[in-house]
Design a protein around this ligand. Structure first.
Ligand code: NAP
Length: 463
């Protein structure tokens, strides 16, 4: 039986890695997801075949409850709610690891006859899994607006309290590893680690949550790998390390693309105010704003040779992707070249714009990465900025005092003209003014992005 289980585990690992490779492009992502899911199904079946497995009704009940909650939730979730969905599923993984560590403590009577590494790995899994569960819960609450999105801090007490709670978790763990058998100790580890998760994530602004979720995702992976080490379960070690490594890489890439350090993100206090707040930095506010109409925008587009669509978070909020596709079809029918400039952190999660545009069957070849787009802008007649703000903000290049200074941006002003579609002069994620909106080349088309694009489509049909 063990040989069969080992073979099935190897099959599962191959499927995990093959599935993950599929995630590198939107064309193969759905297939990659199915392949990885098949790998997970194989790993679950193999685990159920392990000698000593029992209590089948309980196992069936667990699988049933998981499927009944998970499948409809994943099917119904809106694209814009995907980050909180990931937070929830990730948190559940961390919580499961923490509970397994607790069960292991009970079954082995405080790791009594176990080698030292089993106790250490289990306790590590208990701490990190509990941090991930409670931290992800807070991240979910903030994104779902159950909790305030703004940073919630205890002021000067925050850091000393964090240290006290962390010390409590570590002290309980050290006592257990040195032979402590009281169940209160493991409960102490789990509670203190849970408090750390809550206290570290609460002071972080809602808009930074995607990075935090990615970090907590990596934590869940590491805790699962540690638990796999303690239980001598290769599947858990491999799956946990894949999640831990990919989560760490993703966190790093997101932080780099936003030009922020991970410690700065964890320090909190950035971008908690939502996306429709008033602009806060002076400079652009006193320059005149040129606004345009759907009719004028349509004429400008119809007489262009090259159009670059620059999508941002507002496109996702407005769900304007299908209207954009319709507009692009009409322009292409007139012989106009239409491409899409995709900034790596446009929207609120990695690949947000790619997924939205793929949903509307925008050809993948038309999506241009940042460097390619920036080289193309000088040949572009009209840049159509749809619900994008920070990723086009010149302050990232010109104003060292700006919170986004150093973040690479899309140089839309290199094109011959710019039309910006948004509802107001309000700021984006970073909560700052954008001089692009008052640039001499820019015309503002105010309104909901979907309605504005639909208006342009109607006008284009008459031209
Ligand atoms: P943004 O700077 O957040 O700006 C979005 C703009 O969309 C807002 O200024 C808003 O202006 C407009 N908007 C909202 N709803 C709209 C609607 N229904 N119709 C039309 N416009 C609408 O977005 P971005 O340029 O995509 O930049 C993304 C930001 O998120 C970056 O600062 C990035 O660092 C950050 N971030 C990204 C990720 C990621 O992984 N992608 C993760 C965390 C943070 P109005 O209110 O005036 O309409």
């Amino acid at each position: 039986m063990n040989t069969l289980v080992s073979v099935l585990y190897i099959v599962a690992f191959v499927l995990f890695i093959y599935g993950l490779m599929g995630m590198t492009g939107p064309r193969t992502a759905v297939r990659g997801n199915w392949i990885a899911a098949a790998g997970m199904a194989v790993a679950v079946v193999a685990t159920l075949l392990l000698p000593g497995m029992g209590n089948w009704p309980l196992i069936a009940l667990g699988l049933g409850i998981g499927a009944v909650i998970g499948v409809p939730a994943a099917r119904r979730v809106k694209m814009t709610a995907m980050p909180q969905m990931v937070a929830l599923f990730n948190g559940v993984g961390g919580g499961a690891v923490a509970l397994i560590a607790w069960v292991e403590f009970r079954v082995t009577t405080g790791y009594e006859a176990e080698p030292r590494y089993v106790a250490i790995a289990s306790l590590f899994a208990a701490i990190v899994g509990s941090v991930s569960f409670w931290g992800s819960g807070i991240a979910f609450g903030k994104l779902q607006e159950i909790l305030p999105g703004r940073p919630v801090t205890l002021g000067r007490l925050q850091q000393p309290l964090n240290i006290v709670v962390l010390t409590a978790a570590v002290v309980c763990a050290v006592i257990i590893a040195s032979g402590g058998r009281s169940e209160l100790l493991i409960i102490g580890v789990l509670v203190a680690a849970g408090l750390i998760g809550v206290m570290v994530v609460l002071p972080i602004g809602g808009a930074d949550m995607p990075v935090v979720i990615s970090l907590l995702n990596a934590f869940t992976g590491l805790s699962a790998a540690a638990m796999g080490l303690a239980l001598d379960n290769t599947a858990l070690i491999v799956a946990g390390m894949i999640v831990g490594a990919s989560g760490s890489i993703l966190t790093n890439l997101m932080a780099q693309a936003m030009n922020r350090s991970i410690p700065a993100i964890l320090a909190g206090g950035f971008g908690g105010g939502g996306d429709a707040g008033a602009a806060t930095v002076s400079g652009a506010g006193d320059r005149p704003v040129r606004s345009t109409s759907t009719a004028d925008a349509a004429i400008q587009l119809a007489y262009a040779g090259r159009v670059m669509v620059v999508p941002g978070y507002g496109l996702a909020v407005a769900q304007a992707q299908h209207a954009v596709r319709e507009m692009a079809d009409l322009l292409e029918a007139k012989g106009i070249d239409v491409a899409y400039a995709v900034h790596p952190v446009a929207g609120r999660m990695p690949g947000h714009m790619n997924v939205l545009l793929a949903e509307a069957d925008v050809p993948y070849e038309a999506l241009k990465e940042m460097d390619e787009s920036n080289s193309a802008f000088p040949q572009v007649d009209v840049s159509l900025v749809i619900g994008a703000n920070d990723v086009t903000n010149p302050a990232a290049q010109s104003d060292p005092s700006s919170p986004i200074y150093g973040m690479p941006i899309l140089h839309v002003t290199s094109s011959r003209s710019v039309i910006v579609l948004k509802r107001s002069m309000g700021s984006g994620f970073a909560g700052i003014d954008n001089a692009l909106f008052t640039d001499a080349k820019t015309a503002m088309l105010f309104g909901d992005a979907k309605e504005s694009v639909a208006g342009i489509v109607e006008e284009l049909k008459t031209l």
